[in-house]
Design a binder for this molecule. Sequence first.
Ligand code: NAD
Length: 472
Amino acid sequence: SFQDSDNTKSEASAFDAPAASRLVTELRGTFASGKTRSYEWRLSQVKALAKLVADHEQEIVDALQKDLAKPPLETVAYEIAMLKNSCKVALKELKHWITPEKVKTSLASFPSSAEIVSEPLGVVLVISAWNYPFLLSLDPVIGAIAAGNPVVLKPSEIAPATSSLLAKLLGDYMDKSCIRVVEGAVDETSALLQQKWDKIFYTGNGRVARIVMAAAAKHLTPVVLELGGKSPVVVDSNINLKVATRRIIAGKWGCNNGQACISPDYVITTKEYAAKLVDALKTELEKFYGKNPLESKDLSRIVNSNHFNRLKKLLDDDKVSGKIVYGGEKDESKLKISPTVLLDVPRDSLIMSEEIFGPLLPILMVDKLEESFEVINSGPKPLAAYIFTNNKKLKELFVMNISAGGLVVNDTTLHLAVHTLPFGGVGESGVGAYHGKFSFDAFSHKKAVLYRSFIGDASVRYPPYTTTKQRL
Ligand code: NAD
């Protein structure tokens, strides 16, 4: 399972609980001044964030090269462009989001009017992960700002170049009295978690999520937990195999070499179809990454030696010995693992017992595709689930029977890019959601406001409670 970071202490480890407490007190002062509530402040800060991203694209690409050898195109498409779009949506929609929503009232309050007022929660904490370290840090921050909250961001120490770039750029571009970055690892995060926040937004693994939730519970602080899981791909036989294969590859190896929360984790197909699928995967993988994928510049490396060894262990498991049908090459000195496909993997193997989060793709075989539902539903609820099929009935059954954070039919991962869809998990894959308006809502309280006048003062609610009144 996911371990604590390599370096549990950051170099400048002066950030302790008293420092965290001072920071929160300072931001509470700013919040109390009302500054962050104004439409103009929110707009100016989202604009500043958009400018920060636009002004420093190359530095962002370079930082991700250092941290993950992430291919520039992936950084531009999945971190920079996504952030720009989130800013664009927030800037366009903010006026509408902050406008109170008029709602109908009931007879019990007649005559009256009512509205739902979105108010900022207060001072919020965002703790983010290393795999999409720019996007996963700033995307929630956009929601926090749009909703009018001061925010502290704690980027992941496992992507140190990005973490320090974030600290520098946010310091340069954003309003320091409300938006701060704390760099560091377990000690610093623990110091932050001891404080009382009005919301904690955490992205990462389920083990640390339990630490976060327990710390939040002490103050009754609500949380959003963006976690992971084993996202399955069900592959039917009546499909355009080439397109399906390319889309599986794009979602798996084309997303940070499998180190993405919604990357396909494993495939389920029928015994009859498996060989065809494996052949197609081999053909397309070779077209994309060449004969020596360890040398490919289009594949990220494994983030660090902890994760490299964790993945190596999954391959060394006796239960999958002889099951590799493609790839399996490793270069420990460069932390590289090639795209690896395993066929006919037993369900009780190590690789099927935890989220893989890397370039290994096991394929499970079933007699009938409907059996895949039982396989998926027997484990914790995944963050995403995918199916490739042209069978209308099967699509319907999949949507009805599979519980996951999100589903995609005939593609992988793309639901993440649709800002009108909530992005988040269910069960062990997470609590709460964000993206687009859902980000604004994640950091807002929906305040119920009922307006009455002095007319229509029905005596029925007042004592004495006579039988006549009771009959009404
Ligand atoms: P990580 O190691 O960067 O940890 C995430 C954060 O937790 C970091 O900021 C880290 O400092 C902090 N942390 C680590 N140990 C801690 C402790 N003991 N106490 C307090 N804080 C601590 O990232 P990770 O967990 O390896 O990320 C990978 C996991 O995150 C996978 O499960 C993946 O599926 C999930 N993930 C989910 C999403 C999503 O949007 N749902 C996105 C990316 C990753």
